[in-house]
Design a protein around this ligand. Structure first.
Ligand code: ADP
Ligand code: MG
Length: 473
């Protein structure tokens, strides 16, 4: 990360930029960092504006659409007077040796980790002729994948593709979708592992779509597209992870999907993952969208408590010399319900901490250790959201929430909304009043008292409040 120093920056600015880069790496991961973020260089910072540069227009476009907001936000946290960020294209320059050294190390490691017949397409620095791709994670196997109702279908489809010796048209492509951290990548790696083990003659390639795209664009730019296509012709099974990254209006995406289509026509098995269903993919050609849905489409839903507990138990079993008490396991499965990655992260944190302080894991120190995480994962409910949901529930207009109308059919829902705001947000009575069309805090107080007393003796009101609360949570 030492390539950012230029003559006309103060070391303060450089230090800020180093901190931001570290933060970006943490937030977006090493892979995105290597592909995109490390190409960004600091040009200058003025009171209100920061200028950054990247080597090509393509990277500029990519950074602008994917990372700009975060980079700017981080800059603002360093210099609170900043309001604007510009990304310009600089003339291409090779990266300094330190970076290339680190890159090479990465390539060697990737090669080492991967078995011979799983080709990892390596592509490295823009100037280097090599390919680089995400290595397979050894732990991501079918054996280590715990199933429950949320992922049963996806798991069965993945196994079916992994176990069939040839491409079954009805199975092609296999399209897995679901939110982050729910096990898509795990299943894809599991397929790759399994085919490698049982059908060593087949050529299996796993790539994140972002990498595929990057390499494709690079080939386009360097006019190596024939070679690129040749490389892909030798593949029997292509697993492409997170294809949401390649949807958009850019013309390169169109070209990209042509290549993709050619693979279908060549009867290659494709396995695709995405954060949404084919029909929810906007910004792509209708023919492509429908093609993506031709084979097996399976979603991974959010996990149930039982599945989460099963996963915790399985992870604990895989750890050597660690005792995690049952009440800690159930605590984790109950509290960390957003996604499996966080659940796993929380478990690892608890285990690492106990090793570090050399004390056994207890429920008490777990609660203490995860306090921040738990607070952050608690959903923050806003007044706007409450007003919207209440209006919907009672089929009244959103504007009735802020109006002065006293008609019971409007005033009662409004009072319920005020009550919920007090219960579910940290806003003061005056703040709540203001958001309800500039009402006085005594009006809000009156509404709260009214609803509280109705809740004691009016079942309809109680049911309404319960139902809306459930929707909001
Ligand atoms: P995604 O690709 O959907 O964002 P990942 O496949 O990276 O999610 O999963 C995140 C983490 O959770 C991984 O460490 C993975 O091993 C683990 N995980 C997800 N689902 C399961 C499961 N059903 N059984 C065991 N581990 C799981
Ligand atoms: Mg993934």
């Amino acid at each position: 990360m030492s390539h950012i120093a230029t003559a006309n920056q103060t070391s303060d600015e450089q230090q800020s930029w180093q901190r931001i880069l570290l933060q970006l790496k943490k937030e977006f991961g090493a892979e995105n960092y290597t592909n995109w973020l490390r190409h960004i260089q600091l040009v200058k910072v003025t009171k209100s504006e920061v200028t950054m540069s990247v080597p090509t227009r393509f990277i500029r476009e990519w950074v602008n659409t994917h990372y700009k907001n975060t980079v700017l936000k981080l800059w603002k946290s360093e210099y609170n007077t900043l309001i604007h960020m510009d990304i310009i294209v600089r003339s291409a320059k090779p990266l300094p040796p330190a970076d290339q050294e680190a890159e090479r190390a990465h390539v060697v490691e990737a090669k080492h980790k991967n078995n011979e017949n799983i080709t990892v397409l390596h592509f490295q620095d823009e100037n280097a002729p090599t390919n680089l791709s995400s290595p397979l994670d050894r732990r991501f196997t079918f054996e280590n994948f715990v199933t429950g109702s949320a992922n049963k279908l996806a798991h069965a489809c993945a196994k079916s593709v992994a176990n069939s010796a040839e491409v079954v048209p009805g199975n092609n492509p296999l399209y897995l979708y679901g939110g982050v951290g729910l096990g898509k990548t795990h299943l894809m790696h599991a397929i790759a592992h399994q085919i490698r083990k049982n059908q060593p003659g087949r050529h299996v390639v796993y790539l994140s779509a972002e990498r595929f795209m990057y390499q494709f664009v690079k080939a386009l730019r360097e006019k190596n597209i024939m070679e690129f296509k040749d490389n892909f012709r030798s593949i029997d099974v292509l697993l492409l992870d997170d294809i949401q990254f390649i949807c958009g209006k850019d013309s390169t995406q169109e070209e990209f999907f042509h290549t993709f289509n050619a693979l279908f026509d060549d009867h290659k098995q494709l396995v695709i993952s995405c954060d949404r269903s084919p029909s929810d993919l906007s910004d792509i050609d209708d023919r492509i969208r429908s093609r993506l849905g031709w084979g097996l489409v399976a979603d991974i839903g959010t996990s149930s408590y039982d599945l989460r507990l099963g996963i915790v138990q399985s992870k604990v079993k895989q750890m050597k010399n660690v005792t995690v008490p049952t009440n800690v396991q159930t605590f984790l499965a109950t509290k960390i319900n957003s996604n499996i990655r966080e659940l796993e992260g929380a478990l690892n944190k608890v285990v690492a901490h106990s090793t570090l302080i050399d004390k056994p894991i207890t429920l008490e120190n777990t609660q203490h250790l995860l306090a921040d995480l738990l607070r952050a994962s608690e959903k923050i409910i806003t007044i706007d959201e409450i007003q919207k949901k209440v209006a919907q529930h009672f089929s009244i207009k959103l504007s009735d929430m802020t109006s002065q109308r006293r008609l019971r059919s409007v005033a009662r829902p409004r009072q319920i909304a005020m009550y919920l705001c007090k219960q579910l947000t940290t806003r003061s009575l005056s703040e709540i009043g203001r958001k309800f069309g500039g009402k006085d805090h005594t009006t809000v107080m009156h509404a709260l008292k009214r609803i509280e007393s109705l809740l004691l003796n009016d079942n309809d009101v109680k049911e309404d409040v319960d139902r809306i609360t459930r929707i909001l949570n």
